[in-house]
Design a protein around this ligand. Sequence first.
Ligand code: C2E
Ligand code: MG
Ligand code: MG
Length: 460
Amino acid sequence: MSDKRVKTASDAALKIAVLDDEEHVRDAIASTLEHLGHEVVLCEDFPTLARALEGRVDVTMLDLRMPRVDGLEVIRRIATLATRPALVLLSGMDERVRRGAQRLAAEHGVVVLGALSKPFRLAALERLLRRVAPTERAPTRAPPPTLQAAALRAAIAGDELRVHYQPQVELATGRVVGLEALARWEHPTIGPISPGVFVPFAEDAGLIEALSDWVFRRAMEDIVWCASRGLALRLSLNCSVHSLKNPAFAARLDALIGETGCAYSQLALEVTETALVGSEPLPLEVLTRLAMRDVTMSIDDFGTGYANLEQLDRMPFGELKIDRRFAARALVDEHTRIIAENSVELAHRLGLHVVVEGVEDARVWAWARRTGSELGQGYFIARPMPRESVPAWVAAWARRVDDELDARAATPETARGPPRAQRPGGDARPGGSPAGRPAPLVNMNFKTCTLLLFATTEPT
Ligand code: C2E
Ligand code: MG
Ligand code: MG
């Protein structure tokens, strides 16, 4: 690496493939990226890109207008690959074409960081690349490992699974409100397997009930453990739609509540939007019964499916979680922003409260607050962590809030980022932490929250 290289905002070099048919454009982009300290793979056509994608690639910069296979075709082909890097679209075309391409990518499950018109400004490119959390995305992009039902069954029985917790905080005050339980599996030979892989596998293998039972029990025990340390927190559990269709589900939940001492009113059950608008409607009876017991029913990943809120309003939901990809798009695409902000408003009018997922940086944090959403969750606040790290994180979060307040009071014009020492444990991986990023501009008006936070962190 030459001395002239500038570190990226996230301080982590990315591997970036550039697909553009014009050699001088490829070369210009390559030198810009290398200047930023990234590793570049230049591709003149799709076959070259496909070969590059057999290895690790974090981002592909893609020219939309190319002879033979155009950018749209490339997006469709990328969607079929085992590894799908995030995209930066390059074009000199009008806004509507770029938006169409972005939607096409989203429909194929390909993440688009944003679009740049050629020629673009260095700052604009840097801003888009800052949205990548390479170390976090790598495991989910790995080709799905060959799983066997017996291995998962053994993992459930043999304590190979773990539950990590990601905090949810009140956006207006910073108060820590709850934790979302996220399953983790460290396979003895394959290594860590993403829940994005093993949860659908468990559903297909008929093991989802066993998996959910294990996760729910452990998470309920852990939330009771937190309460014993003075942290009265809500627990959000991801619930497979298979479970909700099982008439025995409510009875099993009753049993777990009885055994662990967790209260129904502490629970939120998240069901993904796509599951809710699937072919068979969910049994209203099960949902209503749970809502009657004071469980908050939550629509997860809103914005990834095609549900409209009126459709969802027929079911007894109390919470809407704006999907992180939807939130990320809202920051770069005017139309998505309008739709997202209107969704928040409509949700409020329908009596739901709103959680913004994927609060990855200060910009999403600021946007989430502007929308009037109640809660935020994401790496900017904390990465998922084991239960043991929760009390220390809550205390550190309170200090972070406090520090930012102090700094703001001392130098009102100076923006400051979260303290660099802030590194929650668990899923936190070096290089991907927002703490390592340069001073984001945050306007946290947190005076009241500091008190609240300290009030909840004192052990009893
Ligand atoms: P989810 O319920 O939407 O959970 C949020 C996912 O987004 C988590 O991924 C979390 O690590 C990730 N995340 C949180 N903040 C950020 C951020 O700022 N940026 C980015 N890029 N990602 C963020 P994870 O743990 O890999 O879980 C993936 C999905 O697997 C979950 O999505 C959930 O649908 C499912 N899942 C996880 N655990 C369970 C479980 O116990 N049961 C069921 N049925 N599903 C589960
Ligand atoms: Mg969830
Ligand atoms: Mg979600």
